[in-house]
Design a protein around this ligand. Sequence first.
Ligand code: CP
Length: 355
Amino acid sequence: MQSRHLIDLSDLSVAEWEEITSLACDIRENIDSYYGACRGKILATLFYEPSTRTQMSFQTAMLRLGGRIIGFDNPANSSVAKGESLKDTIRVVSGYSDIIVMRHPVAGAAKAASLYSRVPIINAGDGGHLHPTQTLTDLVTLRHEKGTFSGLCIGLCGDLKNGRTVHSLIKALAGFPGNSFVLVSTPYLQVPGYIKDFLSAAGAPWQEVDNLADAMPLLDILYMTRIQRERFASEEEYMSQRGVYVLDSAKMSMAKKDLIVLHPLPRVDEISVDVDDDPRAKYFEQTEYGLYARMALIMKMVKASDKQLCPLPTGVDIQCSNPNCITYSETYIPHIFRKKGDILVCDYCEERTLL
Ligand code: CP
């Protein structure tokens, strides 16, 4: 692997995505033959934020590979509740385990954890930033359900501002030839600027629209998302955005016969239950592909791992402009940026800061 850790999908080369999705397909066909592939290995799941699919599919994946699992699913039941820093928790747990899967409510937390870990860190979601293993899940789903990652018109609808699965998926699919993007959201919930920059730099055609019905006939894939209540500053703001987009049978009737509808789940009210019986609705199948994707990923990352702590990078005395960046809550972390003209891009959360 290009990196020991999986923070962003760009830590894997496209050849490695192909390798993992291909292995996931084989695991799906022959799951019992993979039992024992991780015998003697321990996976730690550190979930600072709620999860059903990601946490359970990682745990199931390790158990199906013959390994064992430790961890917490509620930081209130760990020493985090006593004020333990991310750095200390990671130093300790990386001494107990061979690989760590971490979800955290703050953007850049997984990257920060990787600085202090002796074992590979897998980002299972960092705030509204990224969720790369959901994207591996989505790629395995596309491979099965569409047979290609290219030449697709991809619609993404809902909370495109806070939807980390959306950000990771756009970054993955923008690199494949012939893909175009229709971003369906209210002006308030549009994708962040760095994602628009990414699309433009990749040369992928994209448009922002606010009407889902108009977009339906264009799409090969519709990726619906939940409005992320927990990321809003107030209940009032959330209520102003809730329920704007609902996919129902009437809208499905406007779509292509071979459209597929995906959703990372959980669903709230953005897909009506009558869509569940439409053969083009693939979101429950998608959750199962996630198990095979994570089994393949664990096999690859555990194989490559040897316990080591890398030297800490040197930081600079500049504060990231994003108040939701991990550098605000874990204040000892070195501040690291990439320079792009007169803009600094935060290495943790990717937000831009003007010099
Ligand atoms: N898709 C997803 O991340 O689901 P969970 O929040 O249940 O893990």
